[in-house]
Design a protein around this ligand. Sequence first.
Ligand SMILES: Nc1ncnc2c1ncn2[C@@H]1O[C@H](COP(=O)(O)OP(=O)(O)OP(=O)(O)O)[C@@H](O)[C@H]1O
Ligand SMILES: [Mg+2]
Length: 357
Amino acid sequence: MAETSSPMEVDAAAPPPTALGKLNKGKAPVSDGKSAPWVEKYRPQSLADVAAHRDIVDTIDRLTSENRLPHLLLYGPPGTGKTSTILAVARKLYGSQYQNMILELNASDDRGIDVVRQQIQDFASARSLSFGARPSVKLVLLDEADAMTKDAQFALRRVIEKHTKSTRFALICNNVNKIIPALQSRCTRFRFAPLDAAHVRERLQHVIQSEGLDVDDSGLTSLVRLSNGDMRKALNILQSTHMASQHIDEEAVYLCTGNPMPKDIEQITYWLLNETFSDGFRYISDIKVRKGLALVDIIREVTMFVFKIEMPSDVRVKLINDLADIEYVCCFHLIMVLLLPVFVHRLCCKISALMIY
Ligand SMILES: Nc1ncnc2c1ncn2[C@@H]1O[C@H](COP(=O)(O)OP(=O)(O)OP(=O)(O)O)[C@@H](O)[C@H]1O
Ligand SMILES: [Mg+2]
C-alpha cells in the first residue's frame, strides 16, 4: 500500500497541499475539564478502546498494521463507533503526522461536486511526506457520506481510482442505500450494529468509575435500556442525569429523560386491559398530566410491554395492530398541527394573489 523504502519519501510532484487545513473538527481528545461532554472526553483514542465490533476492529487493525488498508465504507446506526474507529486508525497510521495526512469532511461542509473536483482532488494529488517506516498514503475521511449529492458521488468514483496509489478513502454513513453502488463496490464495507447491552454496560461502568459517580444497578440498567445500543445516547443521558442528581437510580434516569417509568407503563397496561373505558381514560389522563408524559411515548412503551405479557398470539397481534394505528394517528395529527400554519400561509398568499389580479 505505501511506498516506504527511503527514510523520507515524496510522492508524485503536485501542487502544495491546500486542503490540509480542514482538519480534526474537534475530534481530538478533549481536555479533562468538568464541562467537557463525556462523549468527546471518552471517545476511544485507540482501536483497543473501541467497545464491541471486535471482528471489524481486529480486521481493520490487522490491515492497518500490514499497510494494506483498502478504501473503507463504514455504515450503521448512530453512536456505534464508526467515526471513532476511523479516527483511531488515522492516529495509529500517522501518529504525530495525523494533522497533515488526513482530510476530514463531514455534513457541515459543502460536499457538492465542486468540493470533490477541487478540495478532495487537490488533497489527493498533493505531495505527502513520510518519515522512516511511516506510510506516505493519505486518508480522505468523508463522514456522513450519505448526505453527498449524487453528482458528487459519481465524480468521486474517478477520483478514488485515480489516486488509489497515494490516498485511501473512508466513507462513513448511516444509510448505506444512499451511497451509489459504484462507490460501494470500490470500498470494503463494514456494518456497525447497535452495541449489545453487555458492551454498553461495560463502557458505562468504565466512565462511572473514572468520574467516581454514584450509580446503582437499577440506574445502570435503565441507562443501558434507554440507549438502545447507541453509546453516544447512553453517555449523554448519564451526564445529564449526573447534573440533575448526585445519586443515579432508575427514577433519576427516567425523570431526566422524560421517558415513562417501567412501573407506570405496567400500571397503564393494567388499566387498559382491566378497567372500563371511562375509568381507564380518566386514570391515564391523570397520570399523563401528573408526570408530564407524552402520549406517543406511552404507546411506544406499552407496545413493548405487550410482548412481555403472556396471552394468546392472536390477541397479541390484534393489540399490537391497534397500538400501531393509534401511534400512526398521533404522528399524523402532529404533522397536521405542524403543517397547518404552512397551509394557511399558502392559502392566504393564493387568495391575495387572486385579489391583485
Ligand atoms: N464502540 C464504541 N466504543 C466506545 N465508545 C463508543 C463506541 N461507539 C460510540 N462510542 C461513544 O459515542 C461517541 C460517538 O461515537 P461515534 O462518533 O464514533 O459514533 P458514530 O457511529 O460515528 O455515530 P454517527 O453515525 O451519529 O456519526 C464517541 O465519542 C464515544 O464516546
Ligand atoms: Mg460519526
